[in-house]
Write a protein that binds this ligand. Structure first.
Ligand code: CTP
Ligand code: CA
Length: 241
């Protein structure tokens, strides 16, 4: 009965999960951030570890406790998340079998990080920003390069999963997800609506892959995490055969 409640079907799978927002510091007092709370990523890490995976959880600033069994690496801005990711995956991407990128990575950061507090005026009247690297797209491109070099069609390791939060119709959300799947060269985008996800204990998501879009309905985040991990396990088996 115990094994039925807690199947160890991910034993041997090395899973890297990113979670939470990135916060981009402007000065010692202020930052640019977003509404991510980290609940989805922590649910993925918790379920993966419970199912026997070896889990590295790269967490932006969140107030959640580390799931039992997960190795946690705390980061702050997108650049520090990038460093932790490449550390976990390795330059050759052989350090993990799957990357599940739930983090809401800030698209921009202040051009300068000031050592002293900026004053209300005139300093803060405008805020020059510079783009952050697209961490998932960089990894997708690196993996694509490796597969091409090996000449092996379908050599897709690690399995790459992105998340996309939108404010659009269901059709719009899926169209954006298909675009991100292709442009970031990943295997799966979990697409959802901002109003259904941020800060909530459940979510209404659609899993978009190359050949399908599966609307899952409203699920508690741990149940959604299990559905995602089921698909990751299938894809990782495909990549090894
Ligand atoms: N992502 C990333 N690095 C970034 C921005 C996004 O790795 N600088 C990842 C996210 O972690 C997520 C996926 O890309 O898994 C999709 O993020 P999203 O913000 O939806 O995509 P963007 O390409 O940034 O598009 P936009 O914000 O314009 O919708
Ligand atoms: Ca973005």
């Amino acid at each position: 009965a115990f094994s039925r409640l807690a199947p160890r079907d991910l034993e041997g799978l090395r899973v890297v999960v990113t979670a939470g927002p990135t916060l981009e510091d402007l000065d010692p007092v202020r930052f640019l951030g977003n509404r991510s709370t980290g609940k989805m990523g922590f649910a993925v890490a918790e379920r993966a570890a419970a199912r026997g995976a070896q889990v590295t959880l790269i967490a932006g600033p969140v107030s959640l406790s580390t799931p039992p069994g997960a190795r946690r690496v705390d980061v702050r801005g997108a650049l520090s998340m990038r460093g932790a990711l490449w550390q976990a995956l390795g330059e050759d991407l052989r350090g993990a079998d799957a990357l599940i990128m739930t983090a809401a990575v800030s698209d921009y950061r202040p051009a300068e990080q000031h050592a002293t507090k900026l004053k209300r005026t005139p300093d803060l009247a405008s805020l020059p920003l510079v783009p952050n690297p697209d961490l998932l797209a960089e990894i997708g491109a690196a993996r694509g390069g490796l597969a091409d070099a090996a000449g092996a069609d379908g050599a897709r390791s690690p399995v790459l999963v992105g998340f996309a939060v939108e404010t659009a119709t269901d059709e719009g959300v899926i169209a954006y997800a298909r675009h991100k799947l292709a442009s970031k060269r990943v295997d799966m985008i979990v697409a959802n609506h901002a109003a259904d996800s941020f800060g909530r204990d459940d979510n209404r998501a659609t899993i978009v892959t190359r050949d399908a879009a599966d609307a899952l309905g409203v699920l508690p985040k741990p149940a959604l995490a299990d559905r995602i991990l089921d698909r990751v396990l299938q894809l990782s088996r495909t990549s090894r055969t």
